[in-house]
Design a protein around this ligand. Sequence first.
Ligand code: ZN
Length: 269
Amino acid sequence: MFFKTEENILFDSHAHINSKDYDSDIQEVISRAENAGVLKVIDIAVDLDSSKKSVELSKRFQGKVFSIVGIDPDIILPISELHNPDLKVEAVFNELSTLIESNSEFIIGIGESGVDNYWLKQSDLSVSEQEALIRKQIELLDVHVELAKKFDLPLSIHSRGYEQELISYLKGKGVRGVFHSFTGTYETAKDILNNDFGLGVNGIITFKSAESLREIYRRVLGRKINEPIDLYSKNVYLETDSPFLSPDRGERNEPANIAKIFEFIVNNL
Ligand SMILES: [Zn+2]
C-alpha cells in the first residue's frame, strides 16, 4: 500500500481540495465524502502556496485529509494556466524540506511530479522549444525524487503524454509512487505495475469515449465473472482529480464521487 491508510476503505488518492473552488464549502465537501463512504482524501498541491494550504487543511480535518506537497510540472509550461515564470527550481528542495520536516504527520507524499507532454504536443512550439521544456520539467522532477528519497515518501506522478518515458526514467531510481490519471497503453501499465508503481483511475473511466481504457483495466485487473473487485492488491487506486474530470461532465468534481467511480468499475470492469 502506497499511502498510509487501512486496506479496503474507499479513499480519494488524488484530489485538489486546496483549490479555491472549495473555499466556500469545504466542510460540506468533506461531509458529503464521508456520507458517501469516502473516508479519506489525499489533497495534492501544485505549488508552494498550495502545499502550505494543503497542510492547513490536513490539520483542520485531521485523520480525514492528508497532504501531498510539491510543484506541478505544468508550472514550467508557458501554455498552462498554472505557469509561473518566477519558479526557482533550485529553491524547491529546501522550501519543501522545511515544510515537510515541521509537518511530517500530515504530509504523506510528494507531488504532483512528472512531465506533461500532452499540451506541448498540441502547441505550436518548435521541437527544440518542446524538448527544452521537457528537460526543465525533468529537472523539477529530480528535485521531487530527491525529496521522496530523503523523507521516504511516495510520488503522485503526472505523466500525461509521457507515460512510457517516465516509467523508464523512474525505475531503478529507488522511489515508488502512483501514475495518477493513467491513460497510457496496456504495455506501459504492465511496466508500471511490474516495477512496483501504481495506477490511478478516475472519472475518465466512466466516459463513453474511454472503452479502450476500460479494456486496459480489465486486463490489468484480470477479474473473473462475479469475483469481488480487488483494486489495492493490484496497485490500482481510485482518484477524482477534483475539481477536474467529474463523472458528471462539466460539473465541479468532488471526493464523494469516488463512490460513483467505484460503483461504475464494479459494474463495468
Ligand atoms: Zn491532479
